[in-house]
Design a protein around this ligand. Structure first.
Ligand code: ADP
Ligand code: MG
Length: 193
């Protein structure tokens, strides 16, 4: 979560810039505010297990981010955390299974599927590639985000633009790639399972 907050801080201006032509220019500031609050709450009351860390982080994102991305990322972390249960340690394979539950919950909450030009376009390939390695997941997420450029948005604010949403990279898919890059950074390149 600290690595994610740092990545979001570093790239906040870019995320907001991506959210300008096809959104309302707040994605960077939304996530910056959200993950700063996450780091603060985890620091002041450190949860005892990986599952509890993600659950607390998700709850904090939901309550501190006003944009669509708050409830969506909040659901991702909360549902992944719940799936991990109260285990003291979590293997890469267990994290993969938990993230699958979390990403499915995001798809259900937002009603988006692959190709709709949303964060799902980075999250789904990342989770699939996590079976290979954390680095592969980060690469798949980045490629998924880049592949949103030619797509026409079918969910979220960008969908109001219809055909005019084509030609721009989705901000939420881009931030999802930052999340998986941060995960790879702290988890290392080892093979999952
Ligand atoms: P808002 O659109 O409310 O201003 P943000 O700018 O923080 O919220 O986040 C926008 C991002 O949220 C989009 O780029 C997209 O990836 C994601 N998003 C929006 N709606 C949905 C949805 N229904 N399902 C999945 N992701 C979505
Ligand atoms: Mg926005």
């Amino acid at each position: 979560m600290a690595a994610t907050a740092a990545a979001v801080d570093r790239e906040a201006a870019w995320l907001t810039e991506l959210d300008s032509p096809i959104g309302d220019a707040d994605h960077g500031t939304n996530l910056q505010r959200g993950f700063a609050a996450v780091v603060k709450v985890l620091g002041s009351d450190p949860p005892g297990t990986p599952g509890a860390v993600l659950t607390a982080a998700g709850r904090q994102l939901i309550s501190s981010v006003g944009g669509a991305s708050g409830p969506l990322y909040g659901t991702l972390l909360r549902r992944t955390g719940k799936a991990l249960g109260d285990a003291e340690t979590v293997t890469a394979g267990e994290l993969l299974a938990g993230l699958r539950v979390g990403v499915d919950a995001v798809a259900q909450l937002g009603g988006a599927s692959a190709g709709d030009k949303t964060m799902i376009d980075a999250l789904e390939p990342a989770v699939e590639a996590l079976a290979t390695s954390f680095d592969a997941a980060a690469d798949a997420a980045r490629q998924g985000a880049e592949a949103t450029v030619p797509l026409r948005a079918r969910k979220g604010r960008a969908s109001y633009l219809g055909e005019r949403s084509v030609g721009h990279q989705d901000p939420g898919a881009t931030s999802a790639a930052l999340l998986f890059a941060a995960l790879a950074e702290v988890a290392g390149p080892e093979v999952a399972e």
